[in-house]
Design a protein around this ligand. Structure first.
Ligand SMILES: [Zn+2]
Length: 264
């Protein structure tokens, strides 16, 4: 479902949310924008990811500003080391939460802020009301090709006896087809895996434009996620310079953060 989101401003921090998730008062989630923290160009403000071009102090202050705006300051922020893998990981209050190499996380426990960082890739959150389970994923083209979110959903469905159609799934701002060019070799990899690949491709002036979001949705429909329970924010990170960092637009740049947390 498209156009189901809100833009919030709190303490001068701007972030997006998906309305459906706000029906559950024990869940807090947000897709950050780049406005307005303390980092300087090229990070232009609310950079939430450690990198060589920005100081760790800036990132720490920005993360505090972001979590404060969400009233999440008292909870534990989990930031996995993302490697464009198909690895997902269950987090609990007892697990070691440093140096987790994963591109998706889930938990049934309260007080843990699951997070991922993006600058064009698809940020995905999910919620299962029955088991009080939350999840998060960072998905670029490799994650889509390796079906990260599908693998995690299948595993959760088996472990908790969930049906995919009952999961609430939210997809945040990412680079859209208008700005996402791929090469023939990447297209061929998708064609080998997915018969519906051509539905995600537009050819223009001998260039190939790929629709990451549509590919994700088609994968979700294939495992029978419900069209009534999947919500997406169709805003292009490349086009909307005012709100988003974009690796494709800027090269080395800041990172947006997506978070989801159970507070009770
Ligand atoms: Zn665009």
């Amino acid at each position: 479902m498209i156009n189901c989101y809100k833009l919030h401003e709190k303490n001068n921090i701007l972030y997006f949310s998906i309305s459906k998730f706000e029906n559950y008062p024990n869940i807090i989630h947000a897709f950050s924008s780049k406005r307005t923290g303390i980092s300087k160009l090229p990070f232009e403000a609310l950079n939430l990811g450690y990198c060589q071009k920005d100081s760790n102090e800036n990132v720490e202050i920005n993360r505090k500003l972001f979590l404060n705006a969400l009233s999440l300051s008292n909870y534990k922020l989990i930031t996995p080391i993302q490697t464009h893998s198909d690895i997902f990981y269950e987090i609990s209050n007892n697990s070691t939460t440093n140096n987790i190499k994963a591109d998706a996380l889930y938990t049934t426990e309260t007080g843990l802020i699951l997070s991922i960082q993006t600058a064009d890739c698809l940020p995905v959150i999910l919620y299962d009301h029955k088991n009080q389970l939350i999840g998060i994923a960072h998905i670029g083209w490799k994650g889509l090709l390796n079906q990260l979110i599908i693998k995690m959903i299948k595993s959760l469905c088996e472990k908790y006896s969930i049906k995919p159609k009952n999961l609430i799934i939210g997809i945040g701002p990412a680079i859209q087809q208008c700005c996402y060019q791929i090469k023939e070799d990447v297209l061929e990899l998708f064609k080998k895996e997915f018969p519906f690949t051509e539905d995600c491709v537009k050819y223009e002036n001998s260039k190939i434009y790929f629709d990451l979001l549509h590919m994700l949705l088609l994968q979700l429909w294939e495992i029978r996620a419900s069209k009534n329970n999947v919500f997406w924010i169709k805003l292009c990170t490349y086009c909307n310079k005012k709100y988003f960092f974009s690796y494709r637009r800027e090269g080395p740049t800041g990172r947006l953060m997506t978070v989801i947390c159970k507070i009770k």
